[in-house]
Design a binder for this molecule. Sequence first.
Ligand SMILES: [Fe+2]
Length: 217
Amino acid sequence: MCGHTHTHDHGAFGFLVDVPEIRALIDETTRQMSLVADHAERVERLKPAFAKLLAAREWLPEQFAKPDTESGMGGGIGQYALYRAEDGSLCLFSLVVPADVSTPVHDHLAWGLVGLYDGEQNETVYRRLDDGSDPARAELEVTKRQALKPGDFYALLPPTDDIHYVKTSSKTSSISIHLLANDTACVWRHRFDPDAGTVTAFRSGYSNASCAEGATA
Ligand SMILES: [Fe+2]
């Protein structure tokens, strides 16, 4: 959330990390967004470019590859914007989850690709059983559990498989790279408590960039 004592680049959009590896993926993504209307087909076409970024080394700055003790996600989880489209249509960010830490169960509300860059994670995916008519309640059931190692990635195509949490299973922090068709950390999403059956509004915020004025939590 906002209000961190460390430096925020207020209103930072565009390439917050301007390196050829990131430009190549963003260029290909915007190209496919103009060419392909179907989300599933577009995501399929983007897989090679996304795999290439995950396989490349030395492009992620050290300060965006470490935990954030003042995290809006909790648990020291760092979420660092690498690219943000000014119109909120696309973003790329790194997520750094310390050893043994889990994210909240959350949704994303946009299509995209998520993959492991360093460390290892276990992902647990849920399906919603209720009709969503009560904004405070959700009945979830686990549909999938998978272990992810560097280079592994998966697609997000809401509403399918859009609710999950990840836990770092390596002794070091896991670093995952997220390409999503919204300004993920600044949009209001949901966090879920599967045992209690509850939903709450959730906005994670970036560790290195503020959300728009007037939209703060
Ligand atoms: Fe996620």
